[in-house]
Ligand binder design. Structure first.
Ligand code: CTP
Ligand code: CA
Length: 226
């Protein structure tokens, strides 16, 4: 049986992890989604749990089952994810591994949209709230360590470096999710960890090993105190 360790390096710490895709409804039977499997976020929650943290795992509709021994909060949309994250705070560390939909359909149809003799429907979009930026920029009660992800298909390091500064998180885990990498939905990941002191390229390894390595760095950082 898995439970929270009583004597691990993260015992007494609360870790918040977001994971998986979000689904943004179009009408009662259709939605907009993305290819996130939830594998990397699930592995991170597992690794933090194994080091003794009490973990709140806020997950969209992922392919991978959530880990045992964590508090699971299931959501569908980005806005539900934001509410769940706010409700789960305070936390000592927050890891934003979810692939949050950037846009939702501005006005969801209450009934199924029907074909109309070849006339095409037009969807209008609204931008979703940026959960990572909101938590990173909290002026009171901010987690000591806020970690984002940057999934990019080109100019990975440039985009990720700018993203860390723009959002105000402490670290960004950057990865190349071009289809030819096989990373989206695969078992492995190749990431670069970006902080204010620079970028560290990690070799391609299993997502569980990325999670363990990240969790160990989280232990070191939280151990430094505020
Ligand atoms: N994120 C979030 N809320 C959003 C969008 C993104 O919390 N509405 C988080 C993700 O969980 C990830 C980080 O922000 O940790 C970066 O997500 P990403 O999609 O790479 O960045 P965006 O700012 O959405 O930029 P773009 O998609 O245009 O590259
Ligand atoms: Ca995005």
């Amino acid at each position: 049986a898995s439970g929270v360790l009583t004597n691990g390096p993260l015992t007494g710490k609360h870790a918040l992890v977001t994971s998986g895709p979000t689904h943004e409804p179009i009408d009662p039977v259709r939605y907009i989604a993305n290819r996130s499997s939830g594998a990397q976020g699930t592995a991170i929650a597992t690794a933090l749990r194994d080091l003794g943290a009490s973990v709140t795992f806020v997950t969209g509709p992922a392919d991978v089952a959530p880990p045992a021994g964590v508090r699971v909060v299931r959501v569908n949309t980005a806005r539900e994810m934001k509410d769940a994250v706010e409700a789960a705070l305070p936390a000592d560390v927050a890891v934003f591994a979810a692939a949050v939909a950037d846009w939702r359909v501005a006005s969801q149809s209450a009934s199924k949209i029907k074909k109309k003799n070849g006339a095409l429907p037009v969807l209008e979009f609204a931008e979703n709230p940026d959960i990572l930026a909101a938590v990173s920029q909290m002026t009171s009660g901010r987690p000591q360590l806020v970690i984002g992800f940057a999934a990019e298909t080109d100019q990975v390091l440039d985009h990720a470096t700018a993203k860390r500064v723009r959002k105000g998180c402490d670290w960004i885990v950057a990865n190349d999710v071009s289809p030819e990498t096989g990373i989206m939905g695969g078992a492995q990941n190749a990431v670069t960890l970006i902080s204010d002191t620079g970028a560290e390229v990690w070799p391609r390894m299993n997502k569980s090993d990325v999670a363990t390595k990240l969790a160990n760095l989280i232990v070191d950082e939280l151990g430094r105190g505020v």
